[in-house]
Each structure stands twice: as structure tokens, then as C-alpha cells.
Ligand binder design. Structure first.
Ligand SMILES: C[S@@+](CC[C@H](N)C(=O)[O-])C[C@H]1O[C@@H](n2cnc3c(N)ncnc32)[C@H](O)[C@@H]1O
Length: 924
């Protein structure tokens, strides 16, 4: 049976639905912290199109297409919601698979793909190497779809059984509140109330001893606590560090208004704030500066101590207010250290404070290790640690009471699993990596005061901050009630969706699937992308806490640990960032081999006419090449590839919307014939030309079409056992990625002021194409590599055309293309155009450039300048010159001709003088 995904995919609808509402999957993603989220709309489309057939009858095809479109974006009036057209889809699937369909995602993460299959009633499995991800997946794809009505009442005072509501939701809400109360009681002494109020949280900083005067001072990067808002008359609040040099003490004063002085940690004047030299810490007692590297060394030597600076109060954002801590609060903060030392183990060998060592080679992923953290207990200050120890103990205790009260092990595991998701989300806003977030929402204007996520903008690197915020027991971001309350909100959405069929989330490895041959109807997956994310290393912080909280209800979590008591990474398919220096096994060749094995397993486990659908997005040509090699070596052939704009670039360094491809593969048919190079190339060309109208109608920009071209090219190549050149030698797959892009470029038939782009010299073609696609915007460095490959150019051939900037490269300004500043008769068109821009708005100078390069009448130079002025933004310095030059073409050409004529005259005169001289010399 041909599957729909082999012939058609709702590219445009996926792009649209992935950008807003239910289709983003943002709600599901917030249930449990995990990485590399797939938008729900893309997951749903990949699942549905991998399972639905592609009927022979065009009318039936159109009906099914309309159904799938509707299921993603609704009917046009009003936006689609979850489970749109659910009944019809279920019916269509039942018709296609009367015995039921079976679907597996072998890299399921938090379960965004399996959840969509499960909601459609498909028998579904999600497999992930990480036990943390597996727990997150279970909370999304399994528990919300089960019927828990047969469970006994929960064995707690004050519990009333839900009859009208939804059992799971009501019980989770009840237990969250019970946990809050128990936690408050357990932590009361260390987070005291002041005038009857519980503060929201506490701003801390780390102090270091000054290397000049020896006094300790706090390292604070910002003194602002609440920005002023002129319109509402809010003066804002800040604090200052006051020093008493005689007593060698500092005190903190909170005051109204903007900061009065400089923070002790600041970027030196003249240095970019992005510079790797980092901030300078200045001792407020003696002004001695401490560079970043020195501060890091002092911290690594254990010389940092935590000090409580400011207390934050108030519930809603607007009401947040800051003050200095009272004496009682300062003393209470210190009680935690002694109390922590008294905390018993969670189980034999499972210490209260996580003593699991941070593995070597994690300075990028677990950044506190740069600042002296050796184990996972070192990431928090003592009071934060005590907070988590007691919170986890309460969750564990609730699990024990549930089991003792006759609640089934599964329901106990489910209920405590949601509590553990609250613990994980609270950690995400805790540790010394969670800084205070102070900003203003200009729409109000109103305050946005909260706590930063420890992963910051890097998505998967745990940050470290010299000053950080600790959420307490009151109301506000990062507190238990706040984070766990969000769990209820997300869970409510889940339990109110279409009923579905609970899926199984299992911990395992994609390279050894627990299924017999020919069992699954489809495999749909989103594998790890090379070195983008160190999943297990980045989530071990969650792991160490969760296994403590769930030691009773999920004992397997602690049992399946690797030898270092962290998550077992022996089969984790990633390329480890910074791993090479410490002999980490997760090298590029390990990734390639394991990914191939995983795909081969998928090919083995799907039925003969089943599909393996792979969602992949990466900018680097090498990574694509390796993925496609893995697909091929696994015995799969591509039979469909569909681009969709599913996320914004940024973390990967791209300024563009990132296109991901949904690649459909089938086990390779037996007995494929070898293909002849010229025939295969012609087929690739025809295939790409036939796709262009589809891409256009799906709204794909040229840059996305270039990315999408990989699919059809590989589809064609996959029809052959190998491709042979004229001499009968097999050709490398490498050839087809640049070829595909070149064909898109050709098919786009780009005209430069009515001259075909293909008629320009290679260097100019590169520059014009780049400027057309990107203008002056920053693009990923890999884009330049792709384009050079497609144009068959070496790095040197494009020197001076692109400038490296933070997060990528951009089209160079004429003033930056230094090496090419000398132009002459043999210069390429683009270099003449750049020289013109450098000459500025002066008829004589521009005429001089054109005359000296003999390009006065060169239509290529004029066409290039005309188009370039359009490609760059308005008010662009080069664009300004090019526009002016083109507008004054006749005057400039005239002047240039005069210069050329004068040069010719001069030459003649020189020649004449030479003749005279030789006559004269001859006379001698
Ligand atoms: C791109 S993520 C999947 C994200 C998922 N689609 C989601 O939206 O949450 C890739 C996943 O592969 C998992 N992984 C890595 N090696 C694995 C292996 N050998 N077997 C199974 N899963 C593995 C990682 O733990 C990670 O969760």
C-alpha cells in the first residue's frame, strides 16, 4: 500500500499550525522539562500521513487530503483545536488498517509524536534512552488516557473523591496542595514569615576574597530589582552595596529608583559584552579589578561563599517589592546547613544531598563545573538543597502512603510522577544558574519580574550566575505552588482531549527494538541531531532529584543507572560537545554507526509495506550527508521528503526560519539495478523541477527550497543499488546534495536585471545569489558552505564576499572586502561593483573605477549594481551608492569614457614621445 506521505504532505498547513495555538505543542512541552521539542502539528501530520493510504482514485485522494488539512488548520472559520476532525480520522485509519495500526517512535523524548498517534487510537510505543525522558513521556502519552475510576479513595485526611470532575486531574491537584502544606511545615524554620507574610524569594550572590585587600565582596551583575515606569509613577527599586572599610564589612541597602552606582561585576568600558574575556569583578572596598579567569579559579579553589542580599515579596508581578533581609531571616538562612547535614539517606546508598559526580568533559553542558561544582549537590546553596531534599522526601512519603492505602502501584506511580514533574520544573528555576529576571512588558506597561530558566537561551546548557534567585514558600514564580500549579493546567488540557488509547513509554535503545520482524505499521521519529544537544548530560540534574523523589513508586529509575549512578549513556546516540578531550565514546563515528543501526532496526521491525518516517532539521551539509548515508546503509530508501517551517532559528546560529524535513523511507526493494550517472542526474533534475510548483504553493522561500531539494535528489538515487559513472565506478552520495541545490537555483531562473544569473562569472553568481536570498541578514555559516558546494567553489574563491559575525555570516560591506580592493581589467563583476561602492557618491571616483577596469559599458556590472541596491535594505551604505550610481548612469558613463579617452590619449602621447626619443637616440 502506498502511504499518503509518499505522495503528499500538508507542508503549508504544518508550517501554519506549528507557529501558533495547539500545533506548537508549547503546552505539552511545559508538562516536563525536555529538549528539542517537535511541534504537535508536525507530529500529527507525520503520524497521519505515514498511516493513511494514498488511494488510486483522484477523488478519494482529494477527500483524504482535505481531511488531513482540516485536522490541522480547521475549516477556515475559527482556528483548529486539538483533535480537530478526530472522528473522521479515526474512521479513515480503521478503514486503512482493519486490524489496527501499530506505531513506534524509537527516539520519543517527551512523547510529542506518540501522543498524537495515541490520541487517534493507534497502538503506540515511545522508546527513549533516557529514563528522565521516558518518565516525561509517560506523563503525556500514557497516564492521561487511562481510566483510573476503579482506584480506591486516596488515604489522606481531607480527601474527597472526585465524582463530577476527572479523577486523575482532581487527585493530582489534591496532592500538589498536600505537598505544598507538608513542605511549608517542613521548611518553616528556614524560610520564616515576616510580619505574618511569606516572602516570595531571595536574591543571593557569591562572595570572593579580594586579591588586593583580602576583604570579601559579592559579585553582582545588576543592581536593578524593579525598573521604573514613568507612566504609572512607579520609581522602581534597586539596591546598593555599601562598604565599611574600617570594619571590612559590606551591607546592602534597597532604595527606590534606578541603580545609584555600578554593579561589582561589569563589562569593562570599550569591551563588547559578548567578548569571551567576560566581565570584570571590582572590589567595592579597594577598586581592585578581578578578571573572569581569576574569579573562576578562586571559585574552583572553593573560596566562594553564598550570601543573602535581598528579599522579594508580593504575589502578582505588579505587586513585587524588595527589601533588605531581617536579622532573623539572615540567621534562618544559615540554619539550613546544619539541618541538611542531619538529613538521612533516601535509601541505602542514596544520600540526601546528591553526591553523584558531574562527569568530566561537561564544562559546556553543566557550566557550574567551571566554577568548582564537582557533584550535582554542588549546584545549589545549602538552603536550596534542603528545600529539594525535603520536597523529594515528601513526594516519596506520599508514594509510600498511597501504596500502603491500597492504591495500585500504577496509579501511585502516576500521581507521584506528576509531583516529580513539579520537582523537575522547580529545579529548572533554581540552583545558582537561575538569575532574577527584571524587565518591563511595554504593552502594559507592566513589570515582568520572575526567575530565569537555568538553560537560558542555549536550550540545553545549565548556566551559572554569580548572583541568583532562590524561590521561597510564598507566592511567585519558581515556588512549588507556581510550578506545580502549571502541571495542573497542562494536565487539564490533556484529560480533556479526545479519549485515545494509552501508549507505552519505555526506556530502551533504538538499536535493539523489543519487537519481532514485520510487526509495526510505521515508525515515525525525530532522532538526535548530531551534536546539538547532550540529552543525558543536560538532564542528569533532573535525574538525581527525581530518582530520590520516586524511589518507592518508580524504583527502576535508580536501578537502571549507569556505573556513575547517573543515566546510562553507553548507547546514547549523540556527538558529545567537548567530548573529544576526555575520550568520550560519543564521537562522530559512534553517532554514525549507531544511527545506522537504529534505522536498520526500524527497517526490520516495520511490515514489508511499512514506512519509516524521519523528521530532521540541520543546517550543516556534513550532518545531512551523514544522515542520508545512515539511511542508505540501513537498507532504507527515501520515498518522500517534505519541508515545513517549524521553528525559528537562533540557537543554531541561523537568522532564518529553520526548515525541517519530514523524510519518508521504505525498506529498500530487493534486486535494485545500478543506475547510469547521466540518467540519474536527468531524473534528479526532472524530479526537482516537478517539486518546485508544490514548494511555491506551500509558501517556501528560495532558501527553504534549497534545503528541501535534498529529499527528491535522494529519492531518485535510492531507486538504484548504486550510481555508476562512465567508467563504471560508483559515485559518492556527496555529489547529489550540491547538485540538488544547483538545480533549484537553476530552476528558479533568477534574472539579474534581465540577464540570467547563470551568465555571470562564478564569484559574482555566488555573491548575487547570496545577496538575493539573505540581503544583509545574518545566516548560518553552514549556509555559505552549502552554497559554495553547489557552486563548486573553494573557500578562497569567495574571500571578501562574506563577513563572519556573531551567530553566522553576512554579505560583506564594500568597506570590509579589503583583499579585493585592488581591481583591474580581469576583476570579477562583483569586485568592480564593490569597488564602485567604496568609491562613494563621486562621479569622478566612480568613473575612475569603471575606466580603470574597462567596464564603462559593461551591462553585467550595471545589472549587478542595480539588483544589489535592491537586495540590501534601505539606508544601506553600499546600496545608497549603487542606487545613486545607477540613477546617474549616463553622467558617470560619460565621465568614465572621458577618463578612458584621456588615458588612451596619454598612452599615445607617451608612445609618440618614445618614438621621438628613439629617433633622437638613434641619431646619436
Ligand atoms: C530529538 S530528541 C526527540 C524529541 C522528541 N521528539 C520530543 O519532541 O520530545 C531525540 C531523543 O533521542 C534520545 N536518544 C538518544 N540516543 C538514543 C538511543 N540509543 N535510543 C533511544 N533514544 C535515544 C534522546 O534521549 C532524545 O530524547
Amino acid at each position: 500500500m502506498t502511504r499518503m506521505i509518499e505522495r503528499w504532505f500538508p507542508c503549508q498547513e504544518v508550517s501554519e499550525a506549528s507557529s501558533m495555538g495547539w500545533g506548537t505543542g508549547n503546552v505539552e512541552a511545559s508538562l516536563f522539562p525536555w529538549f528539542a521539542k517537535r511541534p504537535l502539528a508536525q507530529a500529527k501530520a507525520a503520524v497521519v500521513c505515514s498511516l493513511l493510504p494514498w488511494p488510486d482514485d483522484p477523488t478519494e485522494q482529494a477527500e483524504l487530503q482535505a481531511l488531513v488539512r482540516r485536522s490541522l488548520v480547521g475549516t477556515g472559520s475559527g482556528k483548529a483545536t486539538y483533535d480537530e476532525a478526530h472522528g473522521e480520522l479515526v474512521e479513515a485509519l480503521a478503514k486503512a488498517h482493519p486490524d489496527g495500526a501499530r506505531l513506534l517512535d524509537p527516539f520519543s523524548g517527551r512523547g510529542m509524536i506518540p501522543v498524537e498517534a495515541a490520541r487517534l487510537g493507534v497502538q503506540t510505543w515511545g522508546l527513549d534512552n533516557s529514563p528522565v525522558a521516558t518518565l516525561g513521556g509517560t506523563l503525556l502519552i500514557d497516564y492521561p488516557m487511562r481510566d483510573w475510576s476503579g482506584e480506591p479513595d486516596l488515604p489522606f485526611t481531607g480527601y474527597t473523591r472526585s465524582h463530577l470532575g476527572i479523577r486523575l486531574l482532581d487527585d493530582v491537584s489534591f496532592l500538589i496542595e498536600l505537598t505544598a502544606q507538608r513542605h511549608e511545615d517542613a521548611m518553616d524554620a528556614v524560610y520564616p514569615t515576616v510580619e505574618g507574610r511569606r516572602p516570595w524569594g531571595y536574591l543571593w550572590a557569591i562572595t570572593l576574597p579580594c586579591q588586593e585587600c583580602g576583604r570579601r565582596f559579592p559579585l553582582v551583575g545588576s543592581l536593578a530589582l524593579r525598573h521604573p515606569i514613568e507612566r504609572t509613577g512607579d520609581l522602581g527599586q534597586s539596591f546598593e552595596v555599601l562598604v565599611d572599610r574600617d570594619r571590612s564589612e559590606f551591607t546592602i541597602r534597597v532604595h527606590d529608583g534606578p541603580p545609584r552606582g555600578a554593579a561589582t561585576l561589569a563589562t569593562p568600558p570599550g569591551q563588547s559584552k559578548h567578548s569571551s574575556r567576560g566581565k570584570l569583578a571590582t572590589c567595592p572596598f579597594c577598586e581592585h579589578p578581578h578578571p573572569k579567569s581569576l574569579c573562576e579559579r578562586l571559585a574552583r579553589e572553593g573560596l566562594g561563599t553564598d550570601v543573602l542580599l535581598v528579599v522579594g515579596e508580593g504575589g502578582g508581578d505588579d505587586g513585587k517589592h524588595f527589601r533588605a533581609p531581617t536579622t532573623q531571616e539572615l540567621q534562618a538562612a544559615h540554619l539550613a546547613t546544619a539541618a541538611l547535614a542531619e538529613e538521612p539517606e533516601f535509601a541505602p546508598g542514596l544520600s540526601a544531598r546528591p553526591s553523584e559526580l558531574i562527569p568530566e568533559g561537561n564544562t559546556w553542558t553543566v557550566q557550574p563545573s567551571v566554577f568548582g561544582a564537582r557533584n550535582y549537590g554542588d549546584l545549589c546553596n545549602d538552603r536550596q538543597t534542603l528545600n529539594f531534599v525535603r520536597l523529594c522526601r515528601i513526594v516519596n512519603e506520599i508514594g509510600r502512603e498511597l501504596l500502603a492505602g491500597g492504591v495500585s502501584p500504577d496509579y501511585s506511580a502516576a500521581l507521584t510522577g506528576y509531583l516529580a514533574s513539579g520537582v523537575a520544573r522547580k529545579i529548572r528555576r533554581a540552583t545558582r544558574g537561575a538569575a532574577l529576571q527584571v524587565s518591563i512588558d511595554t504593552r502594559g506597561p507592566r513589570h515582568r519580574i520572575g526567575v530565569h530558566d537555568i538553560f537560558g537561551s542555549s536550550e540545553s546548557s545549565i548556566s551559572f550566575s554569580w548572583d541568583y534567585f532562590e524561590a521561597g514558600l510564598g507566592e511567585g514564580p519558581g515556588t512549588w505552588r507556581s510550578v506545580a500549579g502549571d502541571t495542573v493546567t497542562v494536565l487539564r488540557r490533556q484529560v480533556n482531549r479526545a479519549p485515545g488509547r494509552p501508549a507505552r513509554a519505555e526506556r530502551g535503545s533504538a538499536v535493539t527494538l523489543p519487537f519481532r520482524d514485520d510487526y509495526l505499521t510505521a515508525v515515525v521519529t525525530d532522532p538526535p541531531y548530531d551534536s546539538m544537544i547532550d540529552y543525558a548530560d543536560a538532564s542528569d540534574l533532573f535525574y538525581v532529584w527525581i530518582k530520590r523523589a520516586l524511589v518507592t513508586t518508580h524504583p527502576d529509575l535508580a536501578l537502571i543507572a549507569g556505573p556513575d549512578n547517573l543515566q546510562d549513556k553507553s548507547e546514547e546516540i549523540i556527538v558529545k560537545k567537548g567530548g573529544a578531550g576526555v575520550n568520550d565514546h560519543r564521537t562522530q563515528s559512534f553517532y554514525d554507526t549507531m544511527l545506522t543501526r537504529a534505522f536498520r532496526e526500524a527497517a526490520r521491525a516495520v511490515v514489508d509495506d511499512g514506512v519509516v518516517t524521519i523528521v530532521f532539521g540541520h543546517g550543516d551539509p556534513d550532518v545531512w550527508h551523514r544522515l542520508l548515508s545512515a539511511i542508505r546503509e540501513a537498507g532504507l530508501v527515501l520515498t518522500g521528503s517534505w519541508p515545513a517551517q517549524t521553528e525559528r532559528g537562533g540557537t543554531t546560529g541561523s537568522a532564518n526560519i529553520v526548515t525541517t524535513l519530514t523524510l519518508c523511507c521504505r525498506p529498500a526493494p530487493l534486486g535494485r539495478e545500478p543506475g547510469r550517472l547521466s540518467d540519474v542526474d536527468a531524473e534528479v533534475k526532472a524530479e526537482i523541477e516537478s517539486r518546485r510548483p508544490l514548494w511555491e504553493s506551500a509558501g517556501l522561500a528560495l532558501t527553504d527550497q534549497l534545503m528541501a531539494s535534498v529529499g527528491p535528489a535522494m529519492e531518485v538515487v535510492g531507486r538504484y543499488s548504486e550510481v555508476r559513472d562512465k567508467t563504471g565506478e560508483p559515485v559518492d552520495l556527496d555529489r547529489y546534495l550540491p547538485l540538488a541545490r544547483r538545480l533549484v537555483e537553476e530552476a528558479a531562473d533568477i534574472q539579474i536585471d534581465s540577464l540570467p544569473l547563470g551568465t555571470f562569472d562564478a564569484r559574482t553568481r555566488f555573491a548575487l545569489f547570496w545577496a538575493k536570498v539573505n540581503g544583509r541578514a545574518v545566516a548560518a555559516g553552514s549556509e555559505a558552505r552549502w552554497q559554495r558546494l553547489a557552486a563548486d567553489l573553494e573557500d578562497d574563491d569567495t574571500t571578501g564576499l562574506l563577513t563572519k559575525v556573531k551567530k553566522g555570516v553576512r554579505f560583506a560591506f564594500a568597506s570590509e572586502s579589503g583583499a579585493e580592493s585592488e581591481v583591474g581589467g580581469s576583476s570579477s563583476t562583483i569586485d568592480v561593483a564593490l569597488a564602485v561602492a567604496r568609491a562613494g557618491k563621486s562621479v569622478a571616483s566612480v568613473a575612475g573605477v569603471l575606466a580603470s577596469t574597462e567596464r564603462t559599458e559593461d551591462s553585467f556590472v550595471w545589472a549587478a549594481m542595480k539588483e544589489l541596491s535592491r537586495f540590501v535594505p534601505e539606508a544601506d551604505p553600499d546600496g545608497d551608492v549603487w542606487t545613486w550610481v545607477v540613477r546617474n548612469q549616463s553622467a558617470i558613463s560619460g565621465a568614465s569614457r572621458n577618463v578612458q579617452a584621456a588615458v588612451v590619449r596619454e598612452e599615445h602621447e607617451r608612445e609618440d614621445a618614445g618614438v621621438q626619443r628613439s629617433i633622437f637616440e638613434g641619431d646619436l
